[in-house]
Design a protein around this ligand. Structure first.
Ligand code: DP6
Length: 337
């Protein structure tokens, strides 16, 4: 009766950031991301015979048991009525690994929770329609980690209710269909500046938006940026794409620097890279821009057409600040096999 399913779901990089949430993992503003391709989590779920009344789950990440993430999944499973029958019936063995080095400091909860939600949904439901499955799985993934809900669709997805996007919702992400061909093959070179764990978790950062003096303005700014980004992606408008993406990255970090408990996640190397990217763009006129996650590492975004020039720029100008580079690109979403 053992059943085994494997899923591979990608990470995503937010261009318009989700930062601040209400209860039940509902976002304070709409966000929009590019789904990645090479940075993914592969997870195998095995359903086994159950021995006790409790949720029985064994979680192995890259050949080691991980008690912290196991507890997070157990709590997650216990809260989703969708999985209650499955949880009553089976014990679970999960093996998970990332395509990127664990030490790279890349946020992996998006790809991890996308794969977990998709596997448990697959194991507990009969949904065969792909659109219906992704919508439900995206909603379930959101309840595990907000950004995970956007990893179901390529090449760009948005999450959060927005008048400019029919069908958008706070509960799940939707794909952005109308993308100019120049953006469909966007590249993302992830520059690892520092690989150590974050000093302040994203959960804490979201919580600090509750009493943030700039919260209302920030949520409004993000919604406006989402609308403008939807238009930029549609029209192949690189100048708008660049200014929205970089403003969003700096706004995210500005929120951290100005919260009640303020903190700073950028490192000297982060600033050096940002300055050189801006200088390079000014001198070359090429559409290269940066974004940041909640950490010191920098994502460089550029169209495929200038790939060689960006590689040369990286090689000649950023060698000292960058520990390693993961060359990624816009991807298509996840698979279960
Ligand atoms: C800065 O999705 O990691 O990456 O919902 O608490 O799991 P939880 O938070 P998480 O926050 C991501 C924050 C961000 C921006 C983004 O991906 O939109």
């Amino acid at each position: 009766m053992n059943q085994k399913l494997t899923a591979r779901y990608p990470s995503n990089i937010a261009l318009v950031k989700y930062w601040g949430k209400y209860d039940n993992q509902l976002p304070c503003n709409a966000s929009l991301s590019m789904t990645l391709s090479k940075a993914f989590t592969e997870t195998t779920l095995e359903l086994k015979e159950k021995k006790t009344e409790d949720i029985e789950l064994n979680y192995v990440f890259e050949n080691e048991t991980n008690e912290k993430f196991r507890t997070r999944i157990v709590t997650y499973l216990s809260q989703q009525s969708e999985f209650s029958e499955l949880v009553k019936k089976y014990a679970f063995q999960i093996h998970s690994s990332n395509s990127f080095p664990h030490s790279a400091g890349i946020a992996s909860s998006a790809s991890a929770f996308a794969s977990i939600a998709a596997l448990f949904l697959k194991a507990s439901s009969q949904i065969t329609n792909e659109n219906e499955f992704n919508k439900k799985a995206s909603c379930l993934a959101r309840l595990g980690s907000g950004s995970a809900c956007r990893s179901f669709y390529g090449s760009f997805a948005s999450w959060g209710e927005l008048d400019a996007l029919p069908g958008s919702s706070n509960e799940y992400a939707i794909p952005i269909e109308d993308i100019h061909p120049a953006f469909r093959t966007m590249k993302d070179a992830i520059l690892i500046v520092e690989a150590s764990a974050k000093a302040v978790s994203s959960s804490k950062g979201h919580a600090l938006m509750k009493n943030h003096p700039f919260a209302a303005a920030r949520f409004e700014q993000a919604n406006g940026n989402c609308r403008a980004m939807v238009a930029a992606l549609k029209h192949g408008d690189f100048p708008s794409f660049i200014s929205i993406t970089e403003r969003e990255a700096l706004s995210l970090h500005a929120m951290m620097m100005t919260s009640g408990e303020y903190y700073l996640l950028m490192k000297p190397g982060t600033i050096q890279i940002i300055e050189r990217v801006m200088q390079f763009r000014k001198e070359s006129g090429l559409p290269l821009c940066f974004t940041l996650d909640a950490g010191p590492n920098v994502h460089l975004l550029y169209p495929e057409s200038i790939e060689n020039k960006v590689h040369a720029f990286l090689e000649h100008n950023l060698r000292e600040e960058v520990r390693s580079v993961i060359y990624d690109q816009a991807g298509t979403g996840g698979v279960i096999f």
